[in-house]
Design a protein around this ligand. Structure first.
Ligand code: KIV
Length: 260
């Protein structure tokens, strides 16, 4: 059965989410049994080689969302609204979200807190399910001065809690909480009645999300909170090294790989 937004309920977890950006990996992560696939704008860093997510365009997100949707995953597919495709107001947000939904997303995710609650509310009213993203917002990296832990001060903690409540009141169906102390993620999780999906924010959440390339060892600079479960980079390097050696040594192609 295909997952729907309404399947993500408080207490129904733990929910397992991962990113995917293309057809083959969407198929693989779906076969592995994840509940949700995020077509994250992290694709800018792990696929396109950009220094951050600011260079990712709506056209990039549409293209990659289409590729993921073509895998027909059972998991819920959420697409990220990239930098400056919703900050400019509800009208732009509606237009951007429409393109991602038409590309095959079941819902969209946007970064930011109470200051974007009116945008979330407008999208939800128009029938677009929205996932919030609070704590560290990578799209604010220039203002933050780096990818740093959020919630070290009382003021930051209060803001994260207020953001969670504002987004929930605006109709968000779930919240990603990124890189905050576990105690804060716990407090947020206990204070909202929608699922919290955490990354680098400890175990007291309704689910976890990781970036696929960090999980399989394809990221050049994985964050400290990501666990590497496989070394796919080594597997690819070894396979291609063998291919290079065999062609150079005239051991490939052998008879079974061509017709006379
Ligand atoms: O773009 C992304 O991959 C994300 C995750 C870090 C949650 O937003």
């Amino acid at each position: 059965m295909r997952r729907r937004v309404s399947d993500f309920t408080k207490g129904g977890g733990p929910y397992v989410w991962i990113t995917a950006y293309d057809y083959p990996t969407a198929k693989l992560v779906d076969e592995a049994g994840v509940d949700g696939i995020l077509v994250g704008d992290s694709l800018g860093m792990v696929v396109l080689g950009l220094p951050n997510t600011l260079g990712v365009t709506l056209a990039d997100m549409v293209r990659h969302t289409q590729a993921v949707a073509r895998a027909k995953p059972k998991a819920l597919v959420v697409a990220d609204m990239p930098f400056m495709t919703y900050e400019t107001g509800p009208r732009d947000a509606l237009r951007s979200a429409a393109r991602l939904i038409r590309a095959g997303a079941d819902a969209v995710k946007l970064e930011g807190g109470a200051e974007y609650a009116h945008v979330v509310e407008r999208l939800v009213k128009a029938g677009v399910p929205v996932m919030g993203h609070i704590g560290l917002n990578p799209q604010r990296v220039l203002a933050l001065g780096g990818f740093k832990l959020v919630g070290k001060t009382e003021e930051q903690r209060r803001k994260v809690l207020e953001d969670a409540k504002a987004l929930r009141d605006a109709g968000a169906f779930a919240l990603v909480i990124e890189f905050v102390p576990a105690s804060l993620a716990k407090e947020v999780t206990e204070s909202v009645d929608i699922p919290t999906i955490c990354i680098g924010a400890g175990p007291h959440c309704d689910g976890q999300i990781l970036v696929l390339h960090d999980v399989v060892g394809l990221s050049e600079r994985p964050p400290s909170f990501a666990k590497k479960y496989a070394d796919v980079a080594a597997a690819i390097r070894d396979a291609v090294r063998q291919y290079v050696e065999e062609v150079k040594a005239a051991r490939f192609p052998t008879k079974e790989f061509y017709k006379e």
